[in-house]
Design a protein around this ligand. Structure first.
Ligand SMILES: Nc1ncnc2c1ncn2[C@@H]1O[C@H](COP(=O)(O)OP(=O)(O)OP(=O)(O)O)[C@@H](O)[C@H]1O
Ligand SMILES: [Mg+2]
Length: 428
């Protein structure tokens, strides 16, 4: 779709126009999604306005309501997604980290890329995999809710760009390996990256999420045949589709070193499966429109030939520092979207950020998954505490939810201490 590059250099803001004609609440009133760094908001607003005027939007009413919303927006004070509603249409302003290539980021010229896309809902199953049409509503928030070490997200996006450029190059296999401990966001990052790829690359794509363990069979030689047949189907898909993302999730279930046996399978059969996987990867390598992503938390045990094929390996670790607070806050944000927790103003969010930073300060090594679950644990704390009015039971306040998280964190720390003491006593 159209891309407007103001001046070169400075900050890049990706603006995504999300068209939702069939959304039940909006019906014929698509929405506009803007990702931008707040310091550049005024400049962005002008650029988006130009885009909305010139874009071949299906609905003139949408363009008009988008423009009227844009004019009414003040610079938002928070760094969290905010939703503005005006006359039935809505505009989601979703702030996230900007990429600054200049030391004087706020004064740097703004470079804006605009992508317009329709959300799609198709999903089909094939043996050992599910195929999802992209962009999908399921993955709308995934990229922005993911808080990885500095530079990891831009590395993921850069690899995606490089892969497309290296079409049919012997140097590029199209395989990205994401490894790290359980719950570090490998599967989520791969799926979210596929969504970003589809949006940034023409607005369409498919994600083939392979569950390798489903390809294994107890019958001799059948597992390798299943692996081979799946890669055949993906190769045929690649000749028809613009963007194909293949997620080989928990690849260790078929990619363990050939010398170790898999799931008690006969060693000869295990070797065949690994060979079929390697051949499959080689088959897809020449297609620049195919990007394979393998995830594993056992990278050290993976077949060396598979590790060698990965163009880039990225370690995803447990979130650190402010990223931990951001993960918890985005989990509470999800409860806000579901209507379980009430929306808060900028000042409450800032207070919540400080309180959570303090509570999480001493708790090292919590995985992203554990941190996200803190929102659920918070609800349990809040409901367990009781004494709520009818209104509070229907939707609890943001402050109460944050308080619940802090209590849940303290409880987990206390339980761990008790466990350690018991262990010491037993050893003593
Ligand atoms: N860094 C992170 N930022 C935000 N959310 C995270 C992060 N890491 C994990 N999560 C959340 O934790 C949950 C589990 O993540 P995911 O399934 O992607 O982890 P994984 O590394 O694939 O785990 P496993 O090795 O068990 O398959 C998801 O809801 C995800 O959104
Ligand atoms: Mg996973």
């Amino acid at each position: 779709m159209d891309a407007i590059d103001d001046e070169a250099g400075g900050i890049t803001a990706h603006v995504q126009l999300r068209l939702l004609p069939s959304h039940p609440k909006l019906r014929n009133e698509p929405s506009l999604k803007v990702d931008v760094h707040s310091a550049q908001f005024a400049a962005l607003r002008a650029t988006v306005e130009r885009f909305v005027r010139s874009a071949p939007l299906q609905s003139r009413a949408f363009a008009d309501s988008a423009l009227s919303i844009l004019r009414q927006i003040e610079l938002p004070a928070t760094m969290h997604p905010c939703v503005f509603r005006v006359e039935g249409a809505h505009l989601v302003v979703d702030h996230h980290t900007h990429r600054a290539s200049s030391p004087n980021a706020a004064a740097a010229p703004l470079r804006v890329r605009l992508h317009a896309y329709h959300l799609r809902s198709g999903m089909e199953r094939m043996h050992g995999a599910t195929v999802t049409q992209l962009p999908t509503a399921q993955l709308e928030a995934a990229w922005h809710c993911l808080h990885l070490r500095d530079g990891v997200k831009s590395r993921l996006l850069s690899y995606m760009l490089v892969r497309r450029k290296l079409n049919n190059s012997a140097a590029c296999s199209g395989l990205l390996l994401l490894h790290g401990p359980p719950g570090s966001g490998k599967t989520t990052a791969a799926r979210a990256l596929a969504q970003q790829g589809a949006i940034r690359n023409g607005g369409r794509g498919v994600l083939v999420h392979v569950h390798p363990e489903l390809l294994l069979s107890k019958f001799f030689a059948e597992s390798a045949q299943n692996v081979g047949a799946l890669f055949e189907r993906i190769a045929s898909m690649a000749t028809r589709r613009r963007n194909v993302f293949v997620l080989l999730d928990e690849v260790e279930s078929v990619g363990l070193a050939r010398c170790s046996s898999m799931n008690g399978a006969e060693p000869g059969d295990a070797i065949r499966v690994v060979n079929a996987l390697l051949q499959g990867v080689d088959k897809l390598a020449p297609f620049g429109n195919v990007m394979m992503m393998a995830t594993s938390n056992l990278a050290f045990g993976l077949e060396q030939a598979l590790l060698d094929r990965a163009d880039v390996s990225i370690l995803l670790a447990a979130p650190q520092g402010n990223a931990r607070v951001a993960v918890v806050l985005s989990a509470i944000e999800e409860l806000v979207r579901c209507g379980i927790v009430r929306r808060a103003d900028g000042a409450s969010r800032a207070r919540a950020h400080d309180a959570l930073a303090c509570a999480l300060g001493s708790r090292r090594g919590m995985s992203g998954r554990r941190l996200r679950k803190m929102a659920v644990a918070a609800l349990v704390e809040v409901f367990q505490g009781g004494g709520m009015s009818g209104e509070e039971e229907a939707s609890i306040s943001f402050e109460r939810a944050v308080d619940g998280v802090i209590r849940a964190v303290e409880r987990a720390a206390h339980e761990e201490e008790e466990e350690e003491e018991e262990e010491e006593e037993e050893e003593g």
